[in-house]
Design a protein around this ligand. Structure first.
Ligand code: KG4
Ligand code: ZN
Length: 335
């Protein structure tokens, strides 16, 4: 089945053509650079950029795939969660295309899309499994009983993991987006330089809290002279990253043990973090758990993951009608 995916939930305008849920024919991602100078996404600017780029991005996805609209058998589009103005651009465009060309439409939850990035790239993974969906907007521990069957085990009570990376990078003057900058800087830094707090919350909880850690870094930095900061910038970055990674790995592995799952899977932008991948691998190995994660381009926002999830539903004859609306806080629900 040839599916056209469209994703505009935040600051990436993305479109992709995926065949049979596992073969990526094209994966076009336009990352809006207009936000860089603000150190974070400005929602109104994001909507305007989506309007400008949606047509060329979808056209590029079709061209690169070498397919015409007549060959497309389904359109999968993110309907939430995300920025409402941004979601509406992709969704309205997808609905118009579906209506005018008579192509079936399916709305996809963005978080489910991130989970499907793993099924897209590793078609042999079979649930049940535990998935950590960790991005700029979400930090969730999800038990995937089966494709389309989800149980939310925990989520962040304040900042998302990626948001903490972005904010700490700002404090350290490492640039935006902060995750990749901290990831890169940390490879040369000393992760044992300072032990920042790990918020483990209640013993049984799979929730996260990263805002205390972010504040701890900000206070630590505010007490340093310019010279000291310059000298230890990458050590602070590495020490902060280690604190985030410790909590993510610990809770992810405990979730596997609770659910008796032998597989743990990463998804979302932060899943691209090298130290996280390395530490999870080494801890999981001790317990004989299998670890999977998508390649970095499929960790961050993209439309191939949305098309892959779309194929799952469309091939089971599920459809959305044209009344489908954007839902900024859409929960991850089961089929
Ligand atoms: O999944 P994504 O593209 O967008 C959302 O759905 O939010 O994730 C973007 C987030 C940003 O906060 C970015 O700083 C973070 O993922 N990120 C990383 C890395 N690459 C992206 N965080 C840590 N290490 C990375 N290598
Ligand atoms: Zn995302």
């Amino acid at each position: 089945m040839l599916i056209l995916g469209i994703e505009t939930s935040c600051d990436e305008t993305a479109s992709s053509v995926v065949e049979d849920g596992s073969r990526i024919l094209s994966n076009v991602v336009y990352s809006q650079i207009v936000h860089n100078r603000y150190g974070g996404v400005v929602p109104e600017l994001a909507s305007r950029e989506h309007i400008r780029s949606i047509v060329p991005v979808v056209r590029a996805a079709l061209d690169e795939a070498g397919v015409s609209l007549e060959q497309i058998e389904g359109i999968a589009v993110t309907y939430g969660p995300g920025l409402v103005g941004s979601l509406l651009i992709g969704l309205s465009f997808a609905k118009a295309l579906s209506f005018s060309r008579g192509i079936p439409l399916i709305g996809i939850n963005h978080i489910e899309g991130h989970i499907f990035a793993n099924f897209l790239e590793h078609p042999d993974i079979s649930p049940p499994l535990v998935c950590l969906v960790i991005s700029g907007g979400h930090s969730t521990v999800v038990y995937v009983a089966d494709k389309g069957q989800y149980e939310l085990m925990g989520q962040t009570r304040d900042d998302a993991a990626g948001e903490a990376f972005d904010k700490v990078a700002k404090v350290l003057n490492l640039g935006y987006p902060g995750g990749p900058a901290i990831d890169r800087a940390s490879t040369r830094g000393d992760a044992d330089f300072f032990k920042f707090p790990r918020a483990r919350l209640e013993a049984e909880s799979f929730d996260f809290s990263f805002s205390g850690l972010k504040t701890a870094v900000a206070i630590f930095v505010s007490k340093l002279s310019e010279e000291e900061l310059k000298k230890h910038r990458i050590d602070i970055a590495a020490s902060f990253q280690e604190a985030v990674v410790d909590v993510l790995v610990e809770k992810g592995i405990r979730a596997c043990q609770k659910k008796n799952s032998d597989k743990i899977v990463l998804a979302g932008g932060v899943a691209g973090n090298r130290r996280l991948r390395e530490k999870l691998r080494s801890e999981a190995e001790k317990l004989k758990l299998q670890v999977f994660y998508p390649s970095p381009v499929l960790c961050t926002d993209n439309a191939a993951m949305i098309a892959a999830a779309g194929e799952f539903y469309l091939s089971r004859k599920k459809r959305s009608d044209l009344a489908l609306n954007a839902v900024p806080y859409a929960p991850l629900s089961s089929a």
